[in-house]
Design a protein. Structure first.
Length: 687
């Protein structure tokens, strides 16, 4: 299904016409989409859905170009294949739940979860008529899929680095870890001769299905010279889609390994296996404490510097985080070695020289573990070692839920369109989008034809992506568009009118909500000349529409970017703090500066009955704050100016929070005197 050709006979990258990125953030967004469509499926049901639907490991192409599955020589894997789910009826059943995904999203999931190292390109015989060369619209960059082998699929980028992780193994560890009665005596497998039984006979599938398998098969003696050894880390590549842009840092698609790599497993396999083992050891206790636990929440917590503080049966409390991976594995070494021995016994077809093979595998693991597990990438090292302390709130990440609306300028040279694409690509990649938090919309200044809209005086702008909570989807979508002559750019006064109407429509849909995302507009305008000296009727309409926009949406932060800060100042109410040059620095630097500014915008608490002077206690807003993160909320005066007394009660449901309040500053958390701590299960009234 996911190895298709397009209409011109070109092989689609990752089976998608517009590929999503191979990032952890992309998978989490798709998991959130599944969770929203299946609110009662439970964690085990969610894990089963992904494991059963999208994992098919160890594929490659044969000489005819057919897709075949690799299995290591001289192995018997029948017993091993039952370990993840011993109940055959359960193992073979169709997963429960509503399938919310498009065909392209399904292919994205397959390429993120099904692990394989594909050594050579697919054979392009005449019958298949495959054309792999891909020239972009502007013919400025040549790309051939043939040049991207050997490649590794089934891995995702962690925080934009080359230290990828095999995600399917993480999910497998979580699924197996949920089962209390998972351990098996080696005598349950009659194929193994009794004389081969080791002193430690209890097999734990959590170890064998994660890290023991990788250790063993990466040094499998019958595969010497063929598929043995761990492949070293590779690098990310992106195909130019739509526009001639280098987008590997924004939308990574292909994990390219070093020339000559023939391995079946890699450092990414080992990292994913280790993470699956660590999470599998704590997931049962986590689930018993919170039956509403979701996969997206677990992955967000583990792949963060904060991690998860949880207890284990055998080694006590641990700090479970990818930042602490190597330390968490150290006390498990003896058990891991014992489980590796049991894995050898379970899958080998011959017991000759078995001890020698096991010693060789263990020695190779000892040699490779440090280079695979330690955080040698500087970006990740800085991230993992940065101090997070509630007493130093200036260092804490901001995660205020925002609706970010960006409008692209398509009226100027193509180089300016490319610059906008990359700025928004880098921006979206770092913005913390999530189903219950921030979302992003990207429009162009091109007018969509609509007779009904014209009749009502509504201006519709061309949407690139609307209200998405996927940073990966946003970053890839905006960088995959090209100059399109299908729609004409709207006059500037109509663009401003369209922004006004779009914001008003969003607000009208949210009047009954007690808490709404803050609104932020990013407006690009690359005009190089100010026409103020030449008044026209269009100029008058523009000025009037700008006044209306600023008056009606005082609570909306509008950031204007262009060639000159002076020329775009009028769009941002003349406030220089909301104006930026889009050309004086690199795209990623502009994006970083823009993100720093936008994250200061607050979300809004609102209650329409307040403006009638009613005294009620029915306005409740429930939200989630990540540990060691900051959210900013405001309550505009129009909601409480008739109230003699305004009191807001803050209640902590699970985990302590700190509430800081001061009308005189936008960052009350910076002064401890403004703050009150609320313990778990407690309430605090501010007024």
């Amino acid at each position: 299904m996911c190895f298709k050709l397009d209409d011109e006979g070109k092989q689609l990258v990752n089976g998608q016409r517009n590929p999503l990125s191979q990032t952890l953030e992309n998978f989490i967004a798709l998991a959130e989409k599944f969770e929203a469509a299946n609110t009662n499926i439970g964690l085990k049901g969610e894990l089963f859905y992904f494991l059963r639907s999208f994992i098919y490991d160890n594929i490659e192409y044969n000489s005819l170009g057919d897709i075949v599955r690799w299995e290591p020589k001289e192995t018997k894997l029948e017993d091993f294949k039952t370990l993840w789910e011993p109940d055959e009826n359960e193992r073979r059943r169709i997963p429960d739940g509503t399938d919310p995904f498009t065909e392209e999203e399904k292919c994205s999931l397959f390429f993120m979860l099904s692990h394989s190292i594909i050594r050579t390109p697919r054979n392009t015989n005449g019958q298949r008529m495959m054309i792999l060369n891909n020239y972009t619209r502007s013919f400025g960059r040549y790309f051939s899929l043939d040049d991207q082998y050997p490649m590794e699929i089934g891995v995702v980028s962690i925080r934009g680095t080359n230290l990828a992780v095999s995600l399917g193994r993480v999910l497998r560890g979580l699924y197996v870890g949920l089962r209390e009665q998972r351990k098996r005596d080696i005598s349950d497998f009659p194929r193994i001769p009794e004389k081969e039984y080791p002193p430690q006979r209890i097999l734990d599938p959590l170890y064998t299905l994660t890290i023991a398998e990788v250790i063993t098969l990466s040094t499998w003696r019958p595969e010497v010279g063929n598929r043995e050894k761990l492949a070293m880390d590779g690098f990310w590549v992106s195909a130019p889609i739509g526009s001639d842009l280098e987008t590997k840092d924004v939308c990574p698609m292909i994990y390219r390994l070093r020339n000559g790599t023939t391995s079946a497993h890699s450092s990414s396999s080992l990292r994913g296996a280790a993470d699956g083992l660590i999470l599998g050891k704590i997931i049962h206790s986590m689930y018993m404490e919170n039956r509403n636990l979701k996969l997206s929440q677990i992955l967000r917590m583990y792949y963060s510097r904060g991690g998860i503080l949880e207890k284990t049966e055998d080694i006590g409390p641990i700090w479970a985080s990818f930042c602490n991976r190597e330390n968490n594995l150290l006390p498990l070494e003896q058990t891991l070695k014992e489980q590796m021995i049991l894995y050898h016994l379970l899958v080998t077809n011959s017991y000759k020289n078995l001890e020698e093979s096991m010693n060789y595998a263990w020695k190779n693991y000892q040699d490779m573990k440090s280079s695979s597990f330690r955080i040698y990438n500087q970006v990740l090292s800085d991230y993992c070692t940065k101090e997070l302390n509630i007493e130093k709130p200036e260092n804490l990440p901001k995660e205020t839920p925002l609706d970010v609306i960006a409008i692209l300028d398509t009226t100027n040279e193509e180089e300016y369109l490319k610059r906008q694409q990359l700025i928004l690509g880098f921006f979206a990649k770092e913005l913390d989008l999530r189903y219950s938090g921030s979302r992003m919309t990207i429009l162009t200044d091109e007018k969509m034809p609509s007779s009904s809209a014209s009749a009502s005086g509504t201006v519709l702008l061309r949407p690139i992506i609307t209200d998405t909570y996927s940073s990966a989807c946003t970053a890839c979508s905006v960088t995959q568009i090209s100059g399109d002559d299908t729609y004409a750019s709207a006059p500037e006064d109509e663009v401003i009118l369209a922004i006004d109407q779009y914001l008003q429509a969003k607000k009208d849909n949210e009047t009954q909500h007690s808490g709404v995302n803050g609104k932020v507009v990013i407006y690009f305008n690359f005009e190089g000349e100010d026409y103020q000296t030449r008044p026209t009727s269009q100029r008058a309409r523009l000025e009037q529409n700008l006044r209306n926009l600023h008056i009606r949406h005082k609570d909306v932060a509008i950031y204007a970017l262009g060639r000159s800060t002076e020329l775009v100042k009028k769009y941002a109410r003349g406030d220089e703090a909301f104006v930026m040059s889009a050309v004086d620095e690199t795209e990623n630097k502009v994006a970083s500066n823009l993100l720093d500014k936008i994250l200061t915008a607050p979300a809004t608490l609102q209650y329409t009955n307040c403006d009638t002077g009613k005294d009620e206690k029915s306005a409740v807003h429930e939200d989630f704050v990540t540990p060691n993160a900051v959210q900013h909320w405001s309550m505009p005066a129009k909601y409480f100016y008739k109230s003699r007394t305004l009191k807001i009660t803050f209640e902590s449901v699970s985990g302590p929070i700190r509430v800081c309040h001061n009308r005189a500053t936008e960052s009350p958390e910076l002064e401890r005197i403004n703050c009150a701590d609320v313990a778990t299960g407690q309430k605090k009234v501010l007024g």
